[in-house]
Write a protein that binds this ligand. Structure first.
Ligand code: BES
Ligand code: ZN
Ligand code: ZN
Length: 495
């Protein structure tokens, strides 16, 4: 989508549609009174009659019959002022974009709103662009006849005073959205078309597009490195596992390593899952998909940070060659783990990646994103990602940016007792610590490999795709959400 920043008044806008933000219970904003007058008071009439109440996620379209430059107005609700924040902007903008698309409008204008509430203009502009771009996302690769979005251009109407900030925010919004859209595409793709090899190909393409260093380890290289977790999980599948490492070097600092669980399909292996909902396990690569999205957005923005993305891409399948409960495997670095369930595979592949990152890159921090446990969904539902780790400062920063990007996280404790739950009689640790605290013992497993490197773990099992109880938002269509991309980007931007 093309974004223009215009320093014109709403009355001067000429085009198919102009979006007017409206707070609930407040009537027409005073700075739009001239517009209202030209339309013989129809806007204030619609609001005062209660026909349009300004509720969030609602909108109201009216024609202007040539009385002003804009052919239509779209009143879009911001909700009550007391509840208003940057997330309201994203939602309202998403609502407007979907309405524009429904009306087959190629270009529309939107007033950069909310600034009076003390939000920074650049953030408002960013949220408007994110809301619109992400609301119009459709996964149509397998529906060639599906209608593409018709919206091509978005005009941001800004005050002269803020124009530079608005432009900067719009640029960030577009780049973040590009990252999220890539992550959604990868996660939405069926596993048969997103094998470890195909994900590696995608990473190689991304790397060559932006001139990034990239490495792909295959089975024989991983054998040499002793990556027993990845090899064991991958052994049951005909699709060979790959370890993908893609680097974005925007500074000479020590890197931050971001690792994404990339199980291209999680059947459970020999600890086979029940058929109910198994199709959703194509989304078990959402963590890795997010990593690719983050790297793409960083490359577009040329941010001055040093980031290494790691994707252990593995398919978890049962077969005569598959790894089995009771097996003991040796991870990169030598730690051993006893397999209780072959369905607790994510932690096994992440363990190798974390240990490798620590050893080879000596990073400032490691952050992993993983659709790791059903237990996290039981704990937090579909309304937050689980947040755990060993570094309070890092976790606090993640909590802080979570508010800004509108991706909720919630911290779970990671006390020593949880580590005790995964002690094994026959190996250093075991891959299941029982049902109690399942999301946390999974994190403890990862923490055993992060050791003293500052590390944060996001369990995105409940948030990576829209599920039964996911709250509807205009900018989050059904399927993969791309969660984590904007969160980590905002974190990196502020570090
Ligand atoms: N990929 C799943 C976790 C998952 C389940 C994510 C449902 C999203 C929705 C993971 O590999 C898994 O199967 N975990 C098991 C662990 C158990 C065997 C200890 C689980 O959560 O049931
Ligand atoms: Zn599993
Ligand atoms: Zn899994």
């Amino acid at each position: 989508m093309k974004i223009n920043v215009l320093t014109i008044k709403p009355l001067e806008f000429k085009g198919e549609m102009l979006v007017i933000p409206v707070y609930k219970k407040e009537g027409l904003p005073t700075d739009l009174s001239d517009l209202n007058k030209r339309l013989e008071g129809v806007i204030s009439e619609i609001i005062s009659s209660g026909e349009f109440e300004g509720e969030l996620k609602t909108s109201y379209v009216l024609h202007t019959y040539g009385k002003i430059g804009a052919r239509r107005l779209l009143l879009v609700g911001l909700g009550e002022r007391k509840d208003f924040g940057i997330e309201s902007v994203r939602i309202a903008s998403g609502q407007a974009a979907k309405e524009a698309d429904k009306l087959k409008i190629k270009e529309y204008g939107i007033i950069v709103f909310g600034i009076d509430k003390g939000l920074e203009p650049s953030y408002v502009a960013q949220a408007i662009v994110e809301g619109a771009e992400l609301a119009l996302y459709k996964f149509t690769k397998y529906k060639p006849k599906a209608k593409k979005s018709v919206v091509e251009t978005l005009d941001l109407l800004s005050d002269e005073k803020f124009v530079d900030e608005v432009k900067r925010g719009a640029m960030f919004g577009s780049a973040y959205a590009e990252g999220v859209k890539l992550a959604r595409d990868v996660a939405n793709t069926p596993s048969s078309d997103a094998t470890p090899e195909k994900i590696a190909k995608l990473a190689l393409d991304l790397a060559s597009q932006y001139n990034l260093p990239v490495k792909v380890f295959d089975t024989s290289e991983m054998k040499k490195l002793g990556m027993g977790g990845i090899l064991a999980v991958g052994r049951g599948s005909d699709n060979e596992p790959k370890l993908i490492i893609i680097e974005y070097k925007g500074s000479d600092d020590k890197p931050i390593v971001i690792i994404g669980k990339t199980i291209t399909f999680d059947s459970g292996g020999l600890s086979l899952k029940t058929p109910q909902g198994m199709e959703e396990m194509k989304y078990d690569k959402s963590g890795g998909a997010a990593i690719l999205g983050i790297i793409k957005a960083l490359s577009i923005l040329k941010l001055p940070v040093h980031v290494i993305g790691i994707l252990p891409a593995v398919e978890n399948m049962p077969s005569g060659k598959a790894y089995k409960p009771g097996d003991i495997i040796k991870h990169y670095g030598g730690k051993t783990s006893e397999i209780i369930s072959t369905d607790a595979e994510g932690r096994l592949v992440l363990a190798d990646a974390i240990a490798y990152a620590r050893d080879v890159y000596k990073p400032k921090a490691i952050i992993d994103l993983a659709t790791l446990t059903g237990a996290c969904v039981i704990a937090l539902g579909n309304h937050a990602s689980g947040l755990m780790g060993n570094d309070d400062k890092l976790l606090r920063k993640i909590e802080e940016v979570s508010e800004i990007v509108g991706e909720r996280v919630w911290r779970l404790p990671l006390w020593k007792e949880y580590y005790d739950q995964i002690k094994s009689e026959v190996a250093d640790i075991k891959n299941v610590g029982g049902r109690p605290g399942g999301a946390i013992t999974a994190a403890a497993f990862l923490g055993s490999f992060a050791e003293d490197t500052p590390w944060a773990h996001l369990d995105i099992a409940g948030t990576a795709w829209t599920q039964e109880k996911t709250a509807e938002k205009p900018y989050i269509p059904k399927g993969a959400t791309g969660v984590g991309v904007r969160l980590i980007l905002e974190l990196l931007k502020r570090l």
